[in-house]
Design a protein around this ligand. Structure first.
Ligand SMILES: Nc1ncnc2c1ncn2[C@@H]1O[C@H](COP(=O)(O)OP(=O)(O)OP(=O)(O)O)[C@@H](O)[C@H]1O
Length: 583
């Protein structure tokens, strides 16, 4: 399959728009380049004494006409390019976001949020700027440069004189291409060091109590001092470099005028060119500095945005790790879920996170999973949700391999409540009714009651319409967890998975929630993962995981009767309670 080429595809789709813009900018520049020619003619007429008051007005109107036409034509051309550029930015950001939502957790854990944000913001912006400015500036520079040369020749300025005067200016693009990126890179260094200083100050202030209690103020001061020193040296280097850069271009401009004066002046004296041609020559030399500088800028910009474009293109062509098979089936009734000799390695990891798992989850049953941290409990669930792809032939819904089910149909039947369920910065109602925005209020309230968070929410002045997040209220850890639980319970899924979702609630509330679950999920499957025996002891079956293997399984009573990890965990937790009671 041919990969996507974002920019090429976009420009090809908008060829008429871009052609119109280029045409407008071309005409605008040709018109503008006539300006010194007109002034030269004016000087000649002035010198030869043929200038009347009427013709002064005529020249003035001509200049005004040139100015207005340039403004209008260039303005429209530029607007057209910018408009297309913004649209590109908008479309690409939407496409990228759409792409992100198809990619797997593995992709996100590999990339990191900062990097992804920079794709959507910096990279897209840099490509947009380079097409907008690239089109405008390239057309501008090339056309203005050529038409200036043509106009000079029309104005009877000898080509040799033109070449002599232009010669110092040819170095302008070279300087821009050489020093420009260095100035940019250095100024980024300065920005980074400034950010580093702010970060360091923030940390020092945040940790001031620790610093004071340990009496290490001097160390903190020295650390901060080092950061400030680094800024000073990077800033000085930048100042030197950008001064050189800023001085070099006017210097070359002046040098070209010196040549125009020496050579052009001599030729004017010897009558080779008219005074008018001399005047327009000097004006053309001033005008040409701009386009030459632009050529350098465009080269730099293209280089910078080339890398951005490549990154964005690569991302758009990224294949999701987990996706539907061509003939994916839908799940239409509750089925038994079976893990058969399932062994799973995370991508890039040598040690399997799960080894030879055999487990059956029947409809209507509750299964408890316990095990130490890192024993593979969450991994089991991630495979069930196909957040990671389980190996073929190891996980079945009835007779169907989970890999042959459509993701949509699979996930719509599962409700997953993680330990730290993310809540969005919207209302509590919208967070709870996340899987069904149209859910009636009673359904949302029932979910909240089952998760034992209803009373808390009712006490907020705005109840379920309370906004969460940065500009809203901050819920406590336990309230957040129960709101996320209410979201899971509202989904009415065939399989409910609670992954340590009650770790931040007290045992009385936990018992209440578990009682509600027993009543509500009679005919459905429930998986409860927990570190606490109290959360799983009523399950129909409990499995104990250790280092990726099922080491024990049975009911609470059966497991207590056997010596092993479960009985030990039970004893520890009972003793823990005992200690608590003694205190
Ligand atoms: N995305 C990942 N990539 C690589 N290895 C991972 C990844 N996620 C988890 N692991 C590893 O897999 C093993 C099992 O992790 P898992 O999260 O399933 O444990 P857990 O029993 O749920 O632990 P906890 O009780 O702390 O949540 C661990 O060794 C962990 O380091």
């Amino acid at each position: 399959m041919k990969g996507k080429e974002l920019l090429k595809d976009y420009v090809t789709a908008h060829i008429p728009g871009y052609l119109l813009a280029v045409l407008l900018i071309v005409v605008a520049n040709v018109v503008q380049s006539a300006l010194p020619l007109v002034l030269g003619r004016f000087t000649d007429d002035l010198q030869t004494g043929v200038l009347s008051y009427d013709s002064v007005l005529h020249f003035a109107l001509l200049l005004l006409g040139i100015g207005v036409s340039y403004g209008v034509l260039f303005g429209f051309g530029q607007y057209q390019v910018m408009r297309l550029g913004r649209r590109f930015e908008f479309e690409v950001r939407q496409k990228l976001f759409g792409k992100f939502s198809t990619l797997s957790e593995h992709f996100f854990s590999k990339q990191g949020t900062g990097k992804l944000l920079s794709y959507v913001t910096n990279d897209v912006q840099s490509v947009r700027e380079s097409i907008s400015n690239g089109v405008t500036q390239t057309t501008n520079a090339v056309v203005l440069l050529l038409s200036c040369i043509v106009m000079m020749m029309i104005g009877d300025i000898p080509l040799s004189l033109i070449l002599i005067c232009i010669s110092p200016l040819v170095f302008i693009p070279l300087i821009v291409v050489r020093i420009g990126p260095q100035v940019r890179e250095r100024s980024m260094h300065v920005q980074e060091s400034l950010a580093g200083m702010t970060e360091s100050a923030e940390e020092q202030f945040g940790g001031i109590r620790v610093t004071k209690t340990f009496g290490t103020e001097k160390i903190a001061e020295n650390r901060f001092g080092e950061k400030v020193d680094r800024i000073r040296s990077t800033q000085l280097f930048l100042v030197r470099l950008s001064s050189l850069f800023q001085a070099a271009i006017p210097f070359l401009g002046a040098l070209s005028l010196v040549l125009a004066l020496l050579v052009g002046g001599t030729q004017t004296l010897s009558g080779n060119i008219t005074l008018g041609s001399f005047v327009s020559l000097t004006l053309y030399m001033r005008i040409i500095v701009g386009p030459l500088q632009q050529i350098g800028n465009v080269i730099n910009m293209m280089q910078r945005s080339g890398a951005s474009l490549e990154r964005v293109n690569r991302l758009m062509n990224e294949e999701p790790d987990v996706q539907d098979e061509a003939d994916a089936r839908t799940l239409d009734r509750p089925e038994e879920i079976r893990f058969e000799h399932l062994t799973f390695n995370y991508p890039g990891s040598r040690e399997p996170a799960l080894k030879d798992i055999n487990l059956t989850l029947s409809p209507g049953k509750t299964i408890g999973i316990v095990g130490r941290t890192g024993s593979g409990k969450t991994t089991l669930v991630k495979l069930l949700l196909r957040i990671y792809e389980p190996p073929r032939g190891s996980l079945f819904f009835g007779a169907t391999d989970i890999r042959d089910l459509s993701l949509e149909s699979l996930r719509s039947r599962l409700a997953y409540v993680p330990q730290d369920g993310f809540l969005f910065s919207t209302t509590i109602r919208d967070n709870i009714a996340f899987s069904d925005r149209e859910a009636p209020m009673e359904k949302v309230e029932t979910g909240a009651k089952r998760a034992m968070i209803y009373d808390n929410i009712s006490r907020f002045p705005e109840g379920f319409d309370t906004r969460l997040g940065e500009r809203g209220v901050t819920l406590s850890g336990g309230q957040r967890q129960r709101t996320s639980l209410a979201r899971g319970l509202t989904k009415k899924a065939q399989v409910l998975i609670l992954d340590d979702s009650m770790s931040a609630v007290d045992s009385v509330t936990e018992t209440g929630i578990l009682d509600n679950l027993v009543r509500e999920r009679r005919s459905k499957t429930t998986i409860i993962i927990s570190h606490r025996i109290s959360a799983v002891k009523h399950a129909d079956e409990i499995v104990v995981l250790s280092e990726g293997r099922i080491v024990q399984s049975g009911t609470h009573e059966e497991l207590l009767r056997r010596e092993g990890a479960y009985a030990m965990l039970h004893r520890l937790q009972e003793e823990g309670l005992h200690h608590d009671e003694l205190e």
